[in-house]
Design a protein around this ligand. Structure first.
Ligand code: FRU
Length: 371
């Protein structure tokens, strides 16, 4: 039997992957997500929608976007982001069609409940030839100076790339060029995000490794044109953590939520749904510019500290064992994870069928499903 989460969001039925369009709008937190309402596996992509007032208890809402138009008649409405302008909510997403491939589209809402697709979609109809390929997706939009920027992931010449566009009004977009190109990642960059943090900038993206997927964080500087990294970090190494996206709360916290599942996992027989959102984490840099991802205040009540005495703890199908120089986590599906390094503190969040492990106040984390 499937156990339902108590304080993580999961849809009532169907498949979900990436969080999309994260925003606090008129005081309420909105999380949209990649959603197939028809099956517990990936399929025609819709944007599901959930709202919360505390980032812990989520109410599932009506589907926000369905693939109804000819410009999204192949994969549907892929990942993207949200921004507020003049009291309205703007959703940007990748529309995927037989005729045009991956293009970028817009939907607007006056109330956060109903969403109307822009009549001149797609707003970006072609990828920039010579800089990108047909894998051209996951728009993240943010305000920059007195205009807006959009970044997108692609691959070109065997290297992952992030491209940048600019706009004054959120509908007309001009291509600016390559924001960042990776030297060590040779597949398509998925779900990029760029934001200021303390006095640095952070570029994060999701990377597909053989048999594995991770979220890469780069700390660096952004001059309005290019992002130049000074360090690369992987603060989360769990097997079920992907497609992270951040947003700025009304009280200026940078909050990150990820897809809590993976592509190869088989749902427990009888499960009405597959996939969830991770516990929202606040993002910060310590004094040495190391990134920390640590549960938001409302979730701290669920943190449980593990003793560093090598004792074995069984939690919802995950076996955990911590000592001053190592933390080991083995899921009942034999996924074995190991952190080796100085361990000062291990805290865990346990909910129904999964555990999120936070080592040294969020410097090294592991999100793992047991059942
Ligand atoms: C990442 C991803 C995105 C894409 C979406 C499709 O998990 O592959 O790049 O927009 O999922 O559902």
């Amino acid at each position: 039997m499937d156990k339902r989460f108590q304080y993580h969001f999961e849809p009532g039925k169907g498949w979900m992957n990436d969080p999309n369009g994260l925003i606090q709008y008129r005081g309420i937190y909105h999380a949209f997500f990649q959603y197939n309402p028809y099956d517990i596996k990936w399929g025609p992509m819709h944007w599901g929608h959930a709202t919360s007032s505390d980032l812990l208890h989520w109410q599932e809402q009506e589907i926000a976007l369905s693939p109804t138009e000819d410009y999204e008649d192949e994969g549907g409405c892929f990942s993207g982001s949200a921004i507020e302008k003049d009291g309205k909510l703007y959703l940007f997403y990748t529309s995927v069609s037989h005729a045009l491939g991956q293009t970028q589209s817009l939907a607007i809402s006056e109330d956060g409940v109903t969403f109307t697709k822009y009549e001149h979609n797609p707003i970006i109809r072609n990828f920039p030839v010579g800089d990108a390929t047909k894998d051209f997706r996951d728009p993240k939009v943010f305000a920059y100076g007195n205009e807006y920027r959009m970044i997108l992931g692609t691959i070109y010449g065997g290297c992952g790339r992030v491209l940048q566009y600019r706009s004054k009004d959120l509908t007309q977009w001009d291509y600016m060029g390559v924001l960042y190109e990776s030297s060590d990642y040779h597949d398509v960059i998925e779900c990029p995000d760029l934001f200021p943090l303390q006095d640095k900038w952070v570029l994060l993206y999701s990377r597909i490794e053989p048999g594995d997927r991770h979220v890469q964080f780069l700390i660096g500087d952004f001059d309005g044109e290019r992002f130049v990294p000074s360090s690369a970090q992987l603060p989360e190494m769990g097997p079920q953590f992907y497609a992270s996206q951040t947003f700025l709360s009304e009280d200026n916290r940078r909050i990150l939520i990820s897809w809590f599942y993976d592509w190869i996992r088989q749902p427990v027989p009888g499960s009405p749904s597959a996939g969830a959102l991770t516990i929202p984490r606040e993002v910060s840099l310590d004094e040495t510019e190391d990134l920390c991802l640590y549960p938001v205040d409302s979730a701290k009540q669920f943190l449980e500290e593990l003793p560093l005495d090598s004792s074995v703890h069984q939690k919802v199908g995950v076996q955990l064992c911590a000592s001053p120089d190592c933390v080991q986590m083995i899921s009942q599906h034999a996924t074995s994870q190991c952190y080796q390094g100085p361990v000062e503190k291990v805290e865990i969040l346990t909910d129904a069928k999964a555990v999120e492990v936070f080592i040294n106040n969020g410097h090294h984390n592991y999100s793992i499903w047991g059942h």
